[in-house]
Design a protein around this ligand. Structure first.
Ligand SMILES: [Ca+2]
Length: 145
């Protein structure tokens, strides 16, 4: 996997306790056959546990995904990976735990030509957004500190 550093400082990590840290929109091979290798990584840097149930990620104008209820007690330092395809949402046994979430889409959600992702609270407040550029196979996009 190759990680691309953004050219623009506007995509630097925000100070919010919750932000998009990495996007992998273009898996090896057919995106349609590797939906769960299309991933969005969200990191938390909160000082205290946070309830993330009902937070949403918007994929351009295409889709809005709501976090499930079991994200109600997220500890600081947690990584949340959102896969485009189907699967069972899970929590790792590590400390702090990491979460894997599955949107359940039957088709690719992350455009390989670039896209904007928006993270919102249940009230609709924008917590973070990221605009990634066109990326080649297995190229990831991450945000520097
Ligand atoms: Ca894709």
């Amino acid at each position: 996997m190759t990680l691309k550093r953004p050219d623009s400082s506007t995509n630097n990590r925000p100070s919010s306790p919750l932000y998009f840290s990495e996007v992998l929109p273009n898996p090896q091979g057919s995106d349609t056959e590797n939906l769960n290798d299309e991933t969005v990584l969200i990191e938390t840097t909160t000082d205290s546990p946070i309830d993330l149930s009902g937070y949403t990620v918007t994929y351009g104008n295409d889709r809005e995904y709501s976090f499930p209820r079991f994200l109600s007690d997220i500890t600081p330092g947690t990584n949340i990976t959102i896969h485009s395809g189907k699967g069972n949402n899970s929590k790792s046994s590590s400390e702090p735990p990491d979460y894997d979430l599955f949107v359940g889409s039957k088709r690719p959600l992350l455009r390989n030509t670039g896209m904007q992702l928006v993270l919102k609270s249940p009230d609709g407040d924008v917590i973070d957004s990221i605009q990634y550029p066109e990326l080649g196979p297995r190229e990831g996009y991450y945000r520097p500190e």
